[in-house]
Design a protein around this ligand. Structure first.
Ligand code: CA
Length: 525
């Protein structure tokens, strides 16, 4: 009897690394310069990241201090949530667009962060929140104190009577649960428009002076502060919902102005909607967040089967490419407005890991939300999806932030980074391995994608990534059960496993591949 040849592949994962030095306790990343924005970006809520002056609030110097950590993780850009002065903890309502919130530091601190980041080939993208200001912004304060001032027309006003006629008394009361967009000022016979709530009055973009102010703010950050780009908050609300075309045109104009200041400026927009509504923004905002793919990844790992994840992602990509061939698909699992993935999968780290494996092997430019690489937990309200990064055990006084007592991510629920660094099977090393794999693969970074459904077990997510003459066959077993498949034409050409995070077996005679539970295998031809 002829015995078959059984090839068992076990990739031994190791947390040791090359070039580690005494100053930098974190693993070093491979250099692969110049890929970004086709590389991984890391979103940071500054308040929760790392504190250097002992007040328990994260600061810009804290990010500078942790750049080596971020570099070691393999990311090539940071997106900082708002950093300008603001009355709120989240800072999405700005009172001074050209300054830094004192809790976070100074303009000098920011310049140092940008320089240190650039020295490590890490780009800096900041949140730009221009749809509305804070109610405390001097423009709005002037507008309500002096209706004859030029700042009155910086905002959107309407006669109380014209609005009131169509509203109930409750709707007119100004609180955050109020569904109305119109808000009152005591003693004023006009109401102002604030899409989100009364604390965020919308700017009037029909006023060209407002447009000029926004261009000036953009130029300030690009030229004086040397940022690489902006994440544009609430991009579809610049004009009211019935004026979508004006919204599209505004971002085209904005981009044109910003490119005069920095020709390669990166703009990524938040248009939280389905693909059809998102697509027309691509001309002005060549990078847009893909909310669909995050939803599809979450449901695939929860249900332990891919559903139409791959097919749908491919269709959206082709649709967007037909509108702007140079578009950048900003893919992510969840962001600061959504429950954290580890909580969405009810703390099942196998599933949270698989979400990362999918994200980092699909086409697009992946964005990772800070702490996702630790498996941080968090559910709404928003404060609890933005809890302190868990650096060490018993974090007090160690730079770990303490502005809020965490309800979800504690030392007992989520292993701190210091423990995960030592454990080659940790979530941190899982992220690092997949980011490293992607950073070193032109096929994963730039390649197109084809679903592979024929002969694929229902619990396996299989697809090809194709770039130039090269292709990869990517197989993810989403389930808790071992899965088998027999390799058939035309896949027999894929012989060489280039990546595996389990002990897969490939029988070279029977052509049977066995995939362990919750594991990934990538084969090259
Ligand atoms: Ca601080």
């Amino acid at each position: 009897m002829k015995s078959s040849i059984l090839l068992v592949i076990v990739i031994l994962v190791s947390c040791t690394s090359t070039d580690q030095d005494d100053q930098n306790p974190y693993p070093q990343a491979h250099e692969l310069a110049g890929n970004w924005p086709f590389a991984v970006t890391y979103e940071i809520f500054v308040q929760s990241f790392y504190d250097t002056d002992g007040d328990g609030i994260g600061d810009l110097n804290g990010i500078t201090e942790k750049l080596d950590y971020l570099k070691g993780l393999g990311i090539e850009a940071l997106w900082l949530m708002p950093i300008s002065p603001s009355p709120s903890y989240h800072k999405y309502d700005v009172t001074d667009y050209k300054d830094i919130h004192p809790d976070y530091g100074t303009k000098q601190d920011f310049k140092r962060l940008v320089k240190e980041a650039h020295d490590r080939n890490i780009k800096i993208v900041i949140d730009l929140v221009v749809n509305h200001t804070a109610r405390d912004h001097p423009w709005f304060q002037e507008a309500i104190k002096n209706p004859k001032s030029k700042y009155r027309d910086y905002y959107v006003w309407a006669k109380r009577d014209s609005i009131v006629q169509s509203m109930t008394k409750e709707e007119l009361q100004d609180d955050s649960d109020n569904p109305t967009n119109w808000h009152s000022v005591e003693g004023d016979d006009e109401l102002y428009f604030g899409y989100f709530w009364g604390g965020m009055p919308d700017l009037n973009f029909d006023n060209l002076a407002v447009q000029q102010e926004i261009f000036e703010i953009g130029r300030f950050w690009l030229q004086e502060m040397d940022v690489d780009g902006f994440r544009l908050d609430a991009a579809k609300h610049i004009f009211t919902d019935d004026r979508a075309t004006d919204n599209h045109l505004w971002w085209i104009t904005f981009r044109k102005e910003m490119r005069k200041a920095k020709p390669d400026v990166f703009l990524v927009g938040e248009v939280w909607s389905d693909a059809e509504e998102v697509a027309p923004y691509l001309e002005g905002l060549p990078a847009l967040f893909n909310f669909d793919v995050g939803r599809a990844i979450t449901s695939a790992v929860l249900e332990e089967k891919p559903g139409d994840l791959v097919q749908r992602h491919k269709e959206i990509q082709e649709y967007y490419a037909s509108i702007n061939p140079d578009y950048i698909d900003a893919i992510f699992i969840t962001n600061h407005d959504q429950n954290r993935i580890a909580s969405e999968v009810n703390g099942d780290l196998n599933k949270a890991r698989m979400a990362a494996s999918l994200l980092l092997t699909l086409p697009g430019s992946p964005f990772i939300y800070y702490g996702e690489e630790l498996g941080m937990l968090g559910r709404k309200p928003d404060e609890n999806i933005r809890e302190p990064f868990n650096w060490v055990i018993d974090g007090t006084g160690t730079g770990e932030t303490s502005w809020i007592s965490p309800e979800y991510t504690t030392d007992t629920t989520v292993a701190p980074l210091i423990k995960q660094l030592e454990d080659s099977l940790s979530m941190y090393h899982h992220y690092r391995r997949f980011i490293d794999l992607r950073n070193n693969s032109a096929v994963l970074t730039y390649g197109s994608m084809e679903p592979v459904e024929k002969n694929t077990p229902p619990a396996v997510c299989a697809f090809l990534r194709i770039y130039d003459q090269d292709s990869l066959w990517v197989l993810h077993n989403l389930s808790r059960k071992e899965q088998e498949l027999v390799v058939q034409e035309p896949f027999t050409k894929f012989k060489l496993p280039i990546f595996s995070d389990g002990s897969h077996t490939i029988d070279t005679v029977t052509k049977k591949i066995v995939l362990p539970p919750y594991s990934s295998l990538i084969l090259e031809d």
